[in-house]
Ligand binder design. Structure first.
Ligand SMILES: Cc1cc2nc3c(=O)[nH]c(=O)nc-3n(C[C@H](O)[C@H](O)[C@H](O)COP(=O)(O)OP(=O)(O)OC[C@H]3O[C@@H](n4cnc5c(N)ncnc54)[C@H](O)[C@@H]3O)c2cc1C
Length: 348
């Protein structure tokens, strides 16, 4: 497999920047008449419940953001499909969310249906092939521990990444010079009509923290949506479980020593440009510890923005813009956000 480590030229953000005076109706559900607490909607003939005006702040690692106009967290593929059909019939925009560990959701919330995959779980280890198959919502870090307990190597690097399998494929999550694309055998990719394509890594155009699926996870056109429903990874069985557990623990400890895990964040905010670490550029620009509202550039790792308590998505957005401006002034380099910014953000 050949992997391009070139950052994409198009911005990775899916945000709408609005002028200061614009008014948004995103926070008010078209399904809840004024003054009435919105009731869950049950899709006829299914157990599938759609919740209007569901908070997204508790579903993202930044702990900020407004509500989803409509929210679904299916436990079965049948309920998932019923929810997707329901949104399609109504022409609603759809946003896919995994563990929310790489998302900055606007304080105004998100329009349409937000589908969260975190309850879609199924793990299978195939001893004959050394392949591990997991559903969209399985935690990649949990897979790393389970593989280690069996003496399977290959996934030790993933232990500190708080995302799902679906999110890891879409983001090409990675650490310690390894990444998801290098292990991926195939991903099952679901379209809104219920068809599933089994895609090999070559079809997913993987690069550094990017894949061809990134533009298809939050879109105004429900037909365009593509959901990673499961992935198969190639690992190497046969090692000493104690040794693999020790290596996995060492990876976790190394991360805890160098990264601030004690406060809400999204991990690294910016992709590393070709020849520098983004954190180093931010630090050299004098921005370590800089704070806007409740959001702060971490002292321990300048590529992390922390929610120190009471931060809004707008605080974090302004800090991201400030970092971009200051780094560009000093280094003539535009840092590209790795975090996915969803919804409307206001320039000040
Ligand atoms: C403390 C901390 C440390 C981190 N360290 C790392 C690190 O070392 N390396 C690294 O790569 N990342 C790191 N991250 C970022 C993040 O964990 C990864 O990007 C992760 O892969 C995101 O997975 P998720 O399930 O949370 O996806 P989300 O954040 O929910 O979504 C990310 C993107 O994927 C889409 N998406 C999610 N699930 C699906 C699906 N099933 N089908 C289609 N689209 C989907 C979303 O729409 C969005 O565009 C870190 C984050 C934190 C908070």
């Amino acid at each position: 497999m050949t992997l391009s480590h070139e950052p994409p030229t198009a911005p990775s953000v899916s945000l709408r920047v609005i002028p200061k005076t614009s008014v948004s109706n995103m926070g008010s559900s078209r399904f809840s008449p004024l003054g009435r607490k919105p009731q869950p909607i049950r899709i006829a003939g299914t157990d599938c419940l759609i919740r209007p005006q569901a908070s997204l702040a508790s579903l993202t690692s930044f702990r900020v953001g407004g509500p989803a106009e409509l929210y679904l967290a299916p436990r079965t593929t049948e309920d998932l499909q019923a929810g997707l059909n329901w949104a399609k019939e109504r022409g609603l925009p759809i946003t896919l969310v995994g563990a929310g560990s790489n998302l900055l959701v606007s304080d105004r919330g998100l329009p349409g249906l937000v589908v969260c995959t975190r309850h879609l779980k199924h793990i299978a280890f195939d001893d004959a092939t050394g392949q591990l198959t997991a559903a969209a919502g399985d935690q990649i870090a949990r897979l790393a521990w389970q593989a280690a307990e069996r003496g399977w190597t290959g996934l030790e690097w993933a232990v500190g990444i708080p995302g799902t399998v679906g999110g890891a494929v879409v983001m090409n999550a990675g650490a310690h010079q390894a990444c998801t694309a290098e292990l991926l055998v195939n991903a099952h990719v679901l379209a809104i009509d219920g068809s599933v394509e089994v895609l090999m890594p070559q079809a997913l155009n993987f690069g550094y923290r990017t894949s061809a699926l990134q533009g298809l996870a939050h879109t105004a056109s429900p037909e365009a949506i593509r959901l990673v429903s499961q992935a198969t990874l190639q690992l190497q069985p046969g090692a000493d479980p104690q040794q693999v557990m020790a290596n996995t623990t060492a990876h976790l400890n190394q991360r805890r020593d160098s990264q601030p895990y004690h406060l809400p964040s999204c991990g690294s905010v910016f992709r590393n440009p070709k020849s520098y670490k983004a954190g180093w550029l931010i630090e050299q620009s004098g921005l370590k510890g800089h704070q806007i509202g409740g959001a702060q550039i971490a002292q321990r790792h300048a590529n992390f923005i922390l929610n120190c308590g009471g931060a809004t998505a707008a605080d974090i957005f302004q800090l991201i813009r400030l970092v971009q401006e200051e780094v560009e002034k000093k280094w003539s380099l535009l840092l590209e956000p790795e975090v996915k910014m969803l919804g409307e953000f206001q320039m000040v």
